[in-house]
Design a protein around this ligand. Structure first.
Ligand code: UFG
Length: 325
């Protein structure tokens, strides 16, 4: 298939591009390079540096393609509460531009990066596709709104879509071909890596008085290469069944912040500076996916999402990056 990957230069996007190329799809990357991540140059991939707010450019670049995978979004939960207008413009208006450009150019298939953030706090049980959608931040709201638009674009314009709701994306390509690192990361594992490699002074664990076994929050970490694989399978599904849906992507298992930190110390081979701090506003104690639907519908099984592989592949990516500097 001929696929445009919007946001294909980013962390998850680059892994998706690799997974598509591994299955012999033809890929064009459309990205404004706004996160400052170093672009991965893959053989045979055209890189278009442009913004999703540039509608004429979208129309020009989408013409003649079979599918769009759209990952370009702002994703910092805290920032979305402070600057919601930034999230309205990029995540909502930008995505509507993409859908309108697909309508104009008759691109039939769409895979959308949605998020577990659409569910909000949850009730401590594994979260299935039909669980209550009550985003507790504006970022999650933008993702949920797009899922709702997609139902209408399917009904009115016959755009078939799969929304993939990522739980906690983590890890790096085990083969070592993805090179860029996110700048100023706020997510747990990159923060631990920066503390290990001396880029920041320490990791602050946000709260160790939660009602969990070790007192730290539990999340469902899903390896980015497993996520990438799900995108390729979602495209296959759309072509075969021509049917829209939403899928939760996680492992169905949780790891605590403490367990992640301990594994990182193990892989690093020495202590990583850490202290326990205050809880972070809006952090639910536990978020775990019930992801059996994705497994049965797509025939997708996470391969790399065990604790050791998540940490080791990230550690190796940081090692490669800083050794090459
Ligand atoms: N954490 C720390 N210290 C840090 C960073 C994180 O203790 O410096 C803790 C958090 O408090 C939380 C856990 O590590 O308990 C994971 O936090 P992240 O910031 O890595 O991830 P979140 O679970 O907050 O959110 C991530 C994505 C969201 C997405 C969500 C879906 O950033 O975009 O997963 O589950 F919506």
């Amino acid at each position: 298939m001929k696929v445009v990957v919007i946001g294909g230069a980013g962390y998850i996007g680059a892994h998706v591009v690799k997974a598509l190329l591994d299955k012999d799809h033809q890929v064009k990357v459309y990205d404004n390079l706004s996160t400052g991540q170093e672009i991965n140059y893959f053989n045979g991939v055209e890189n278009v540096v442009a913004d999703i707010l540039d509608y004429p450019s979208l129309v020009k670049e989408l013409l003649g393609f079979d599918a769009v995978i759209h990952l370009a979004a702002f994703k910092a939960v805290g920032e979305s509460m402070e600057f919601p207008e930034k999230y309205s413009i990029n995540n909502i208006m930008g995505t509507l531009n993409v859908l309108n450009a697909m309508t104009a150019t008759k691109v039939p298939y769409f895979v959308f990066s949605s998020s577990a953030a659409i569910f909000g706090e949850g009730n401590g049980e594994p979260i299935g596709e039909e669980a209550l959608k009550a985003p507790s931040n504006y970022y999650g709201f933008t993702k949920l709104e797009i899922e709702r638009f997609l139902a209408w674009y399917d009904r009115l314009k016959d755009i078939k879509s799969i929304s993939l709701r990522y739980f906690n994306a983590a890890g790096y390509d085990p083969s070592g071909t993805i090179k860029g690192l996110e700048r100023n990361p706020a997510n747990l594992i990159p923060v631990i890596m920066e503390a290990a490699f001396g880029i920041r002074s320490e990791l602050v664990i946000f709260g160790n008085d939660y009602p969990t076994t070790d007192g730290t929050c539990i999340r469902d970490y899903i390896h980015v290469s497993d996520l990438a694989e799900a995108h390729v399978k979602a495209l296959d599904y759309l072509v075969l069944h021509n049917q829209s849906m939403s899928l939760n992507l996680g492992t169905g298992r949780g790891l605590s912040v403490q367990e992640i930190y301990d594994e990182a110390v193990h892989v690093h081979g020495s202590v990583i500076p850490m202290r326990y701090g205050e809880r972070r506003d809006g952090d639910p104690s536990q978020l775990i996916a019930a992801s059996s639907k994705a497994q049965s519908v797509l025939g997708w099984t996470p391969q790399y999402s065990d604790r050791e592989t998540l940490i080791k592949t990230t550690y190796q990516a940081y090692q490669r990056y800083y050794q090459s500097k």
